[in-house]
Design a protein around this ligand. Structure first.
Ligand SMILES: [Zn+2]
Length: 546
């Protein structure tokens, strides 16, 4: 299949795109039957390669963040725990596992801390590039883990890379906008910035008997943050036309009234039709329409991944949205790639909406819109930012990034990773493959498509999780029993080592000096912004004071 992608004629507004990807990310494994599959990032990346989009991207491997950088938001003891726990020493951490909500949804798996540093490094690295104006758009599809709290894992998320990326952007921008189109409420990010007017969070999500249970339209922020947290609760079956309309209506007003210096868009793909955990009816066009629309504002834009549990559609979605960022038309017929068999039976890029009922009546949507527009009316135009706290500029990341860049330039290596011979997909983890059977509409993949396995991979799922996130997950056997002994080793010559055991080669503890002091003042007790009682997120001490 030749030249499946072509640059659109309207290419005058061409953006510089920094794209973050580490071939190792697809090797991490949450456990048998767990719906979160880092393998999906590898599928997305291979579509991006096969479409030839990589030629227009600046591809970077994320720098791994240090413990100090992670504690800009998270507590020292929580990060310390993530750093040291592994599937073999779980009995030593009984108390902590419970305290930090690390269990079935958020299991301890081999290389967990390395995984956290990697996905977070892409998001913070992207923010850094936007700050330095060396990119107009930065993409990290492995990021967007929006549920993680200051000292708690939640909803498959451990470290909140979104919060850390926003903090990075706040070093250079007075106001940062966070938008979340994952089907789940962006609770961890909202909570972190619930009391500040420097960050506006806007989340479109399913609400009602659905994880995480927060995100009512009445929850709008408190104190100085009042009206700076917006929530559009939706019901099952929202379709492209309605979603795009409400998104455009709300975001137009947000951009007019808030005027952010940078925008972070979490593109969770579980809002697509047919998602294993979701219940919306969006096609790639409806979902990607949000990316297209935000791009028109010409504000530095950080695109992140997030949820998404039907892996073939997640890959389609993020490849398509990479093409949208590049203004590049992509043929509907998928180009052959390492994981071609995932995309049958049609082997097309686009997916079709289903005939499911849209439970969001025009009346319901109009009511929510009206309430949100009312909040936006109350914002001062171009809010004057009063700095109660100016984050100290932490130059460590900049120094590391500069050093890495200089090294790459010196070695003339920057684009080595995009060379076809360096593609990482020579292998896959068989456990992913078996688990993914459940994402192939019950069909089992033909054995000839089973990728070669170099190591590990003896485990098979003993159960499949419930498909409702409110009843997640059914039963994963003891984490140590399902944790892989070793992950598959990338064949790529530029690949880093496979994830080491989580205690190897880690920075020493005890020197951490968090760059940002989290708010220690309880805010929930302060005057609530609305007359209705505040439901969760009950942001007692999880938010940032800026
Ligand atoms: Zn989600």
């Amino acid at each position: 299949m030749s030249a499946p992608a072509s640059t659109s004629s309207a290419g005058s507004g061409k953006k510089r795109i920094a794209y973050y990807y580490d071939e190792e990310i697809g090797n991490f494994y949450y456990g048998a039957g767990h719906p979160m599959k880092p393998h999906r990032m590898r599928l997305a990346h291979h579509l991006i390669l096969a479409y030839g989009l990589y030629r227009q991207l600046e591809i970077y491997r994320p720098s791994l963040l240090s413990e100090d950088q992670l504690t800009s938001f998270h507590t020292d003891d929580y990060v310390h725990f993530l750093q040291h726990v592994n599937p073999d020493n779980l009995p030593q951490y009984t108390m902590e596992l419970s305290r930090y909500n690390v269990d079935v949804d958020c299991p301890v798996f081999d290389g967990l801390y390395h995984f956290c540093r990697m996905y977070t490094g892409g998001s913070v690295g992207g923010a850094y590039k936007l700050n330095k104006k060396t990119a107009d758009i930065a993409i990290n599809w492995s990021g967007g883990l929006h549920h993680a709290k200051k000292a708690e894992a939640s909803g498959f998320c451990y470290i909140n890379d979104v919060v850390l990326a926003v903090l990075e952007l706040l070093k250079y921008h007075d106001r940062v906008l966070y938008i979340d189109i994952d089907i789940h409420h962006g609770d961890g990010v909202e909570e972190a910035f619930y009391t500040t007017d420097r960050v506006m969070t806007v989340s479109f999500h399913k609400y009602g008997d659905f994880f995480p249970g927060t995100g009512r339209v009445q929850d709008i922020g408190v104190g100085r943050g009042q009206n700076y947290a917006l929530n559009f609760p939706l019901m099952d079956g929202i379709d492209d036309a309605n979603y795009e309309r409400i998104f455009r209506t709300i975001m137009t007003k947000v951009m007019e009234n808030f005027r952010p210096g940078a925008v972070v868009l979490q593109c969770g793909a579980d809002s697509l039709v047919g998602d294993r955990l979701g219940c919306f009816n969006l096609s790639l066009k409806g979902h990607g329409g949000c990316v297209e629309f935000m791009k028109t504002f010409n504000v530095p834009l950080l695109l992140l991944g997030g949820g998404g549990y039907t892996v073939r559609n997640v890959a389609r979605c993020w490849a398509y949205e990479t093409g949208l960022a590049l203004d590049t038309h992509m043929a509907d017929e998928l180009p052959y790639n390492q994981y071609y068999e995932y995309y049958g039976p049609d082997f097309n890029l686009h997916i079709q909406p289903s005939n499911m009922e849209n439970l969001n009546t025009p009346n319901y949507l109009h009511k929510q819109e009206t309430l949100l527009l009312q909040c936006l009316k109350e914002l001062p135009h171009a809010p004057s930012v009063q700095y109660s706290y100016q984050p100290p500029r932490d130059t460590r990341f900049e120094e590391e990034e500069e050093a890495a860049r200089a090294k790459r330039e010196h070695e003339n290596m920057r684009d080595v990773r995009i060379a076809p011979q360096d593609m990482d997909g020579q292998i896959s983890d068989r456990r992913e493959f078996y688990a993914d059977d459940r994402d192939q509409d019950g069909t089992t993949m033909p054995s000839q498509f089973v990728p070669q396995l170099i190591s590990g991979g003896a485990g098979k799922p003993s159960s499949v999780l419930a498909t409702s996130s409110t009843s997640l997950p059914a039963a994963i056997p003891g984490a140590s029993a399902v944790a892989p002994a070793a992950t598959a080793v990338p064949a790529s010559s530029v690949g880093a080592a496979a994830p080491a055991s989580s205690s190897a080669g880690l920075p020493s503890l005890g020197q951490a000096q968090p760059a940002f002091q989290p708010n220690t003042h309880p805010t929930a007790a302060g005057a609530p912004a609305i007359s209705a009682p505040m439901a969760a997120p009950a942001p007692t001490n999880n938010n940032m004071e800026l």
